[in-house]
Design a protein around this ligand. Structure first.
Ligand code: ANZ
Ligand code: ZN
Length: 816
């Protein structure tokens, strides 16, 4: 009998699949499509680890399941290959990023091929390929034409180590996302932005329809951060200035006892009295070094200093002091607030610390905190007695009539900062002309390719190394023909990843970024698998897709790129730490394959390890378990093949336990895969195999066996594609198991598969229990005693006698 040896069968089938091109996808209007893809990887120098493999295993299992069910499946891979690591490596070693990236891609590709993923490799794309970034640049130009790409001088996050600006989402707790030990700084710089805020409302409204994890949807909502309120004008005493505030609680206006301006607020110098100048100046300086997150923390001890001027509360007419404090941020609302210490927690801490008056203006409804809650208005003149929400509308209307307030909706989201002062990115296709300003590169001149250079170090002044490529930078203006200079900033990598899923639908088009007919056939992505970029990439893509829909390049009904987001958890090292090369705790998937476990056992284990959405620690011994299971699958098939008469006597209909076990397994695996419960699907397969081993004791020549073994191969196929294919062939079936259809189950057999028993207590029926049809006397008695209701009625007593009437009841007799 042949032994299971993955090293024999896996490379063989990988080659054959490649030759037969069974995973190549073509649009076919007559077949329903399923587009399944993982977030494409950054091809790092350290290769894939088992955490990545989880993501790709999930993706491939979904793809294979749907392919077997007759869907026209597109599943793809590509490389998100621009970015800092390759450039930093170039700075250190002189190896051009073009070279190191190509090498890394080659090794990632080998790894994925050896895992047997069913990608349509003919659609592989690389963002650093000029044939690809030509179109990223083209999209930039279209955004520019429509006023959605623009340049603006602004205060930006800057990483002193990367020597580049950072987007807000690349600053985590005030630190660079790549350097946890480096506080990000702020610098005034001229930068390129994409006007995502134009789509804020649309992006928010669309969230409701997405089949995404609630957590991710909430993160996107928070990021957009829509809040409805009002802007109210406060006049400044003895001055012509007015201070505008944004508040979501105009109903607390009577309780505003002071005002606070952000330290960066342009009115601060003008409103600072001579005596306060020195103090205010030093406070402003100290505030500069703090991150927004730090400044906003509720817990943090409040700081601030008075400006020495006073504003008039438009409701009470009272003079209230104006302060500056860093808990008010410049880039939200108007950068100024009215302080309502009785009803806002941070204002309360501030007032308490500096001895400012606190005036309550409503009684919270029972159980509500005075901070942020609703209630009944008091101490507010004509509004007394109203509900807070009622007063909110009234007072805004009243103040608006006086011309001192207006309704206002604010968003927390800012425009997307996309320029990077780095070499290894797609060049921004703009030419700066002293006469014509920023002139777009003519579409016919795309791509603007990166020049080859030898020194990649940014100079730290805010210009990338491209600035030194003089021959590349100096051009003639496309508009006037005069001397001009290329833009030396490159685009954020998130630009490249905002549309790549469309390129997969039409990867070789050199006339268009994609053919709308193809994109409309495949889009949206039905299953998008990944464990990162909850806001950034997933929000940017939604933005670009809306712009594409506005231009008619994708149907409006397909403007949400991702229908179903499969957001998987992380795999940590067995020590519970993040896997990283420096910690030496990385588990290399190919090492496990080469140790003899094979790709199938690895993939199976990655799915079996836990529900896919949970974080989990790698168990080094775990793969041995799935390897043993595959051995059992293999041996069962071999034993079956060695049985001479494969069409022996028919079993008594319906009662045939082999058919029943088969039907049960098919149904369970199908249901589980539909709801993406991979681990329980694998458990069901294991149970099925155990059951078949038990049943083979009475021979494998019954009529139900051919189907039972055939379907075993078909059920295993989405998880462990190589062994399934091998057994399929050994069993004598034509073609590939991966396109051989998905098995069906017989519901009638399943119905007969359970047993309902009554449970009597001293002669009265008290409960009903449901058991597998195979349950015996001991199972029935245990289940009866464990039934919650019976347990309660027994109240801890032991029955004196337990009688089992097969197929009917369990009777308990209790003596007093
Ligand atoms: C008075 C007030 C009374 C407020 C009250 C709240 C509760 P969201 O919901 O996040 O939009 N605020 C406004 N601009 C700010 C800034 N630049 N920096 C820090 N805080 C700012 O929050 C809006 C509320 O946050 C506003 O409503 C304002 O405080 C504060 F019982 O005004 B409120
Ligand atoms: Zn010009």
């Amino acid at each position: 009998m042949r032994r299971y040896n993955p090293a024999d069968i896996e490379p063989k089938w990988q080659r054959q699949w490649d030759d037969a091109k069974i995973y190549q996808a073509t649009e076919d209007a007559d077949r329903p499509k399923t587009y399944v893809t993982a977030m494409f990887p950054y091809p790092s120098g350290s290769g894939l680890h088992v955490g990545h493999v989880r993501n790709y295993s999930i993706t491939d299992t979904i793809a294979r399941f749907h392919r077997q069910r007759g869907q026209n499946v597109l599943t793809t891979i590509g490389w998100d290959a621009f970015g800092l690591p390759a450039e930093n490596y170039a700075i250190k070693t002189g190896v051009p990023p073009q070279q190191s990236t190509a090498r890394n891609i080659a090794s990632f590709k080998t790894q994925l091929q050896r895992l047997g993923m069913s990608y349509d490799w003919s659609r592989e794309i690389t963002t650093t390929d000029p044939k690809y970034y030509r179109w990223t640049q083209w999209i930039f130009l279209q955004l520019f034409k429509h006023g959605l790409a623009y340049q603006k001088e602004s205060l930006q996050w800057w990483c002193p180590v990367c020597k580049t600006v950072l987007a807000n989402e690349q600053v985590i707790n005030g630190r660079c996302w790549r350097h946890e030990d480096t506080p990000a700084e702020k610098k005034w710089l001229k930068q390129w932005f994409f006007r995502i805020t134009k789509y804020a409302d649309q992006l928010l409204d669309g969230i409701g329809d997405l089949e995404w994890p609630a957590k991710i949807k909430a993160m996107q909502r928070n990021w957009i951060g829509k809040s409805k309120g009002a802007e109210i004008d406060f006049t400044v005493a003895d001055s012509s200035e007015t201070i505008q505030v944004f508040t979501t609680r105009p109903d607390t206006l009577y309780g505003a006892t002071f005002m606070v301006l952000a330290p960066e607020h342009p009115q601060v110098p003008r409103l600072t009295a001579a005596a306060n100048k020195a103090e205010v100046a030093s406070y402003i300086k100290a505030a500069q070094s703090k991150s927004d997150v730090e400044r906003m923390e509720t817990e943090r001890e409040k700081t601030g200093t008075p400006l020495g001027s006073y504003a008039i509360n438009p409701a009470t007419g009272q003079k209230i002091p104006v302060w500056t404090a860093d808990y008010v941020l410049m880039d939200y609302g108007t950068g100024a607030i009215m302080g309502v210490p009785a009803h806002d927690e941070r204002d309360n801490q501030f007032a308490t610390k500096f001895g400012l008056p606190i005036a309550r203006v409503y009684d919270p409804v029972k159980g509500d905190s005075p901070y942020g809650g609703e209630g009944k208005v008091k101490n507010s003149g004509e509004y007394n007695g109203m509900a807070t929400h009622q007063m909110r509308e009234r007072i805004v209307a009243d103040l608006s009539a006086r011309g001192v307030a207006r309704e206002k909706t604010n968003y927390r989201m800012r425009d997307w900062l996309i320029s990077r002062q780095r070499y290894w990115g797609a060049p921004i296709p703009i030419i700066h002309c002293p006469k014509d300003g920023a002139v777009p590169v003519p579409e016919a001149d795309l791509p603007v390719t990166l020049p080859e250079i030898s020194d990649y170090l940014p100079d730290g002044s805010g210009t990338s190394a491209l600035g030194r490529a003089k021959g590349w930078v100096s051009v003639t203006c496309p508009s006037c023909g005069g001397p001009a200079k290329r833009e030396t900033d490159t685009m954020d990598g998130y630009a490249c990843s905002s549309w790549y899923y469309l390129r997969y639908t039409d990867p070789h088009n050199n006339r268009l970024a994609w053919d709308p007919a193809k994109a409309n056939y495949w889009m949206p992505i039905d299953y998008y698998c990944g464990g990162d970029h909850a806001v950034s990439h997933l929000l940017y893509s939604r933005f670009w897709m809306r712009f594409f829909a506005d231009q008619g390049w994708i149907e409006r009904t397909r403007q949400e790129p991702v229908h179903r987001l499969v957001f998987n958890g992380y795999i940590y090292a067995h020590d519970g730490q993040k896997m990283s090369k420096s910690k030496g705790n990385v588990v290399d998937p190919l090492e496990l394959v080469e140790q003899g476990y094979g790709a199938d056992a690895l993939r199976l284990y990655e799915l079996f390890i836990a529900p896919y959405e949970l974080d989990v620690a790698w168990d080094p011994g775990g793969i041995a378990g799935t390897y043993r299971f595959l051995n059992r699958v293999w041996m069962l098939a071999q034993e079956y093949l060695s049985v001479k008469n494969k069409n022996g006597p028919a079993a008594k209909s319906g009662a045939d336990p082999v058919s029943r076990a088969r039907s049960k397994a098919v149904k369970k695996v199908t249901d589980d895969l539909e709801r993406l419960s991979f681990n329980t699907a694998v458990a069901a397969l294991m149970e099925y195999v155990n059951e078949l081993y038990r049943l083979k004791a009475s021979g494998m020549d019954g009529q139900a066996w051919p189907e039972a073994v055939k379907d075993l191969a078909r059920l295993v196929a989405p998880f462990a594609p190589h062994i399934a294919e091998e057994l399929w062939q050994q069993l004598g079936y034509e073609g590939s198991v991966h396109v051989a259809g998905w098995p069906a189950w017989d519901e009638n057999l399943l119905a007969a598969n359970t047993l309902v028993l009554a449970v009597q207590l001293n002669g009265r029926v008290r409960a009903e229990i449901t058991l597998p049809a195979t349950a015996g006397e001991a199972d029935a008695k245990t289940a009866a005693l464990n039934n919650a209701k019976i347990k309660r009625l027994l109240g801890g007593k032991q029955p004196a006698r337990i009688i089992y009437v097969p197929g009917r009841l369990v009777s308990l007799v209790v003596k007093d």
